[in-house]
Design a protein around this ligand. Structure first.
Ligand SMILES: Cc1ncc(COP(=O)(O)O)c(C=O)c1O
Length: 307
């Protein structure tokens, strides 16, 4: 495959301002070249941490409460104390944005790990000095080109599995499961991976939630085996509020290949159309429902973040 032609749902326009950003590291704001964590950090050593991706529009963090709800729920589930309240997280985010002169079209990766370990081994009790809290804010505008071109997905052997293994709802630092899926998709000549659930139903992509449009209806997986995406929830809510039939249900590749449209959702890129799955073009390329959902979502962001 020609690597120059490959895309990701997280492609952003290059912004030279990002070369000199200040990053929040444990309460300090430091130049990106000096933003460092220990090689003993639980996140580096084991992927033992949780993260959240947020977007800043017009000086407001979109759907902040929903992001924090998921984040604190995840942290509690793995007995990880972020050492900050929701208000303190907001304050740190705003302080970092202000230090960088950022107000809109900004993406943040908020990361909290169990902290620095006393010894280079797995046991959580060795994580004695922590947590480690990092907030990377970047000027970030998803590339426009993907809206017309769409993303190419390949179905992969890697699944997002049952909740009693690594629950798919954890935004954990360890993304190895998803990274393996993405590698498998790239090796199959696609941009990103379409992952099935343990029963073989269509589930999610390696980095976004997945929707199809069939005969005017919007379908997505049951939600049992994928990330409880904030954007996914907003799309479902918007469909319900605007008389677009929407269903969370089991469906197979049969229905996905034969869909009229397909799109993926995530905080980074909002809604990104899917051009093909396993080399099969999706629909005719006319994406009326995807475009309608995208506009409704844009309006919602505007309504909830404009002054
Ligand atoms: C595997 C996966 N699916 C979906 C999403 C999208 O979630 P959200 O819409 O909350 O950004 C993410 C982003 O964190 C993710 O990692």
């Amino acid at each position: 495959m020609n690597q120059t032609e490959s895309h990701s749902t997280h492609d952003a326009d290059d912004d030279p301002r990002n070369r000199d950003i200040k990053i929040y590291v444990n309460g300090e704001l430091v130049h990106r070249d000096d933003a460092k964590v220990s090689v003993y950090d639980s996140g580096f050593m084991l992927g033992d941490g949780m993260w959240e991706g947020l977007r800043l529009y017009n000086g407001t963090w979109a759907f902040f409460d929903e992001h924090m709800d998921r984040f604190f729920n995840s942290c509690k589930s793995v007995s990880l104390d972020p050492g900050m309240t929701m208000d303190e997280v907001l304050d740190a985010l705003n302080r970092t944005a202000a230090a960088n002169n950022m107000t809109t079209d900004v993406h943040c990766r908020l990361m909290v790990t169990r902290g620095v370990k006393a010894k280079p081994f797995q046991h959580p009790k060795l994580s004695r000095f922590g947590p480690t809290v990092v907030m990377i804010l970047e000027h970030s505008k998803p590339v426009d080109q993907l809206q017309s071109k769409g993303i190419r997905l390949a179905t992969v052997p890697q699944v997002r599995g049952l909740p009693m293994s690594q629950n798919a709802k954890y935004n954990s630092h360890s993304k190895l499961n998803c990274v393996i899926a993405c590698l498998q998709a790239e090796q199959a000549g696609a941009d990103e991976a379409l992952m099935l659930d343990p029963h073989g139903f269509v589930n999610t992509t390696n980095a976004c939630n997945f929707f199809i449009v069939r005969r005017g209806e919007v379908w997505t997986s049951t939600g049992d085996y994928c990330m409880n995406g904030v954007t996914r929830a907003k799309v479902i809510e918007l469909c319900r509020a605007n008389d677009i039939p929407v269903f969370e249900k089991n469906y197979s590749l049969y229905e996905a290949y034969g869909a009229d449209e397909a799109f993926v959702t995530g905080t980074f890129g909002a809604q990104t159309p899917v051009a093909e799955i396993d080399g099969k073009p999706i629909g005719t390329g006319e994406r009326l429902v995807t475009e309608r959902v995208r506009q409704l979502y844009k309006d919602l962001i505007h309504a909830t973040t404009a002054g």
